[in-house]
Design a protein around this ligand. Structure first.
Ligand code: PLP
Length: 363
């Protein structure tokens, strides 16, 4: 990174683009195993059937991948019960979101989303030249969908609903989402980012896939990065009205989704039972960690993803520092809170220790 002025003319809008802050890699601490619980990654290594699919696909990397992502799209269509025409893939769901902004927004159009939410949103929006309209979460760190509906203007071209919300954890309910969709213009694109949907357990959580079949303006974003453990291969997808999916495919980087990613995703769908058993294990750990933290006295919002949120305010960065000294990399959001991924059992145990110690010494 440099602050030097560029020797050529770049878009003025770049000045307003925040830099993505990746989770820190584990820093070695004498005598303990360090853990990275800062990026909401899946702690399980890939299944042997998935690494086999990747290594088979590696034999073909002199060739371009299938640009149409045909085999995976067909497998997804079967799995989700939607026609292939309604699917579009991309190099991670963040890339699909960028494609959505590209097909929906002209410069100075508005994108409404909750804040705090996923840190990629302001970046993707600012890069496109559109404007972010951030609507504060409510006191329970949930989406305030009424306020979001009120924030919609003639210039709004896209709304993003992140459920469960990264980094705070709560999920939008079926009732809330339907009430919201009934209120907003029917020609306004509403993206429901379900990166963590496989981890949800509350009965009330919205079923965006079913809702998208009823509301043609709804797009569901999903990813193989979290529950399926393929973060390193970059593959996500959207379920959308066929015309929106066609536009999304136009906006995709040609040959962006590699053959390695396509075959790993197909193998993951084939091994879904095994992968979802792991998700269930992580959900069990999440419940244990959240209950433990609340017992200690922490105000942890509803946690429906593979992470939990500690609303530390100005103590966010010092807490992350204290955790790092114990070999635990968490993700602080300065002045706001700390997001902790549910990881290996030992990492989760250590998080409970660090949190208890924090309360003892700072509380
Ligand atoms: C992790 C995450 C994604 C997934 O990103 P990929 O590009 O698919 O790896 C999308 N949305 C949210 C809210 C996330 O936290």
């Amino acid at each position: 990174m440099t602050d030097q002025p560029a020797p050529v003319r770049l878009r003025s809008t770049l000045a307003g683009v925040p830099a993505y802050v990746p989770g820190k890699p584990p820093a070695p601490v004498e005598g303990v195993t360090s853990y990275k619980i800062s990026s909401n990654e899946n702690p399980f290594p890939p299944l042997p059937s998935v690494t086999q699919a990747i290594s088979d696909a590696a034999q073909q990397v002199n060739r371009y991948p299938d640009m149409g992502v045909v085999a995976l799209t067909e497998a997804l269509a079967v799995r989700l019960g939607v026609p292939v025409e309604q699917l579009a893939t991309g190099t991670g769901s963040v890339a699909v979101l960028a494609q959505l902004v590209a097909i929906a927004c002209d410069p100075d159009d508005e994108v409404v989303y909750a804040w705090r939410s996923f840190e990629a949103y302001p970046i993707v929006v600012a890069l496109s030249g559109a404007r972010s309209v951030q609507v504060p979460l409510d006191a329970d760190a949930r989406h305030d969908l009424d306020a979001m509906a009120e924030a919609i203007t003639d210039r709004t071209r896209l709304v993003v609903v992140c459920t469960p919300n990264n980094p705070t954890g709560p999920a939008v309910t079926e009732q809330e989402l339907r009430a919201f969709l009934d209120k907003v213009p029917s020609d306004l694109l509403v993206v429901v980012d379900e990166a963590y949907v496989e981890f949800t357990t509350e009965e009330s959580v919205s079923d965006a896939l079913a809702i998208a079949q009823e509301y043609p303006n709804v797009v569901v974003l999903r990813t193989f990065s979290k529950a399926y453990g393929l973060a390193g291969l970059r593959i996500g997808y959207a379920v959308a009205h066929a015309a929106v999916a066609t536009a999304l495919r136009k906006a995709a980087t040609p040959f962006g989704v590699t053959d390695l990613a396509q075959h790993a995703a197909i193998a993951s769908l084939a091994a879904e039972d095994e992968l979802l058993a792991r998700v269930e294990e992580l959900v069990g750990e999440r419940e244990r960690v959240v209950a433990g933290l609340r017992e200690q006295g922490w105000q942890v919002p509803q946690a429906q993803g593979n992470f939990c949120w500690l609303p530390l305010g100005d103590d966010a960065v010092p807490f992350a520092q204290a955790a790092q000294e114990r070999g635990l990399m968490v993700r602080p959001f300065a002045g706001d809170g700390v997001r902790c991924t549910i990881g290996e059992t030992e990492a989760n145990d250590r998080l409970l220790d660090v949190a208890a110690e924090w309360l003892r010494t700072q509380g």
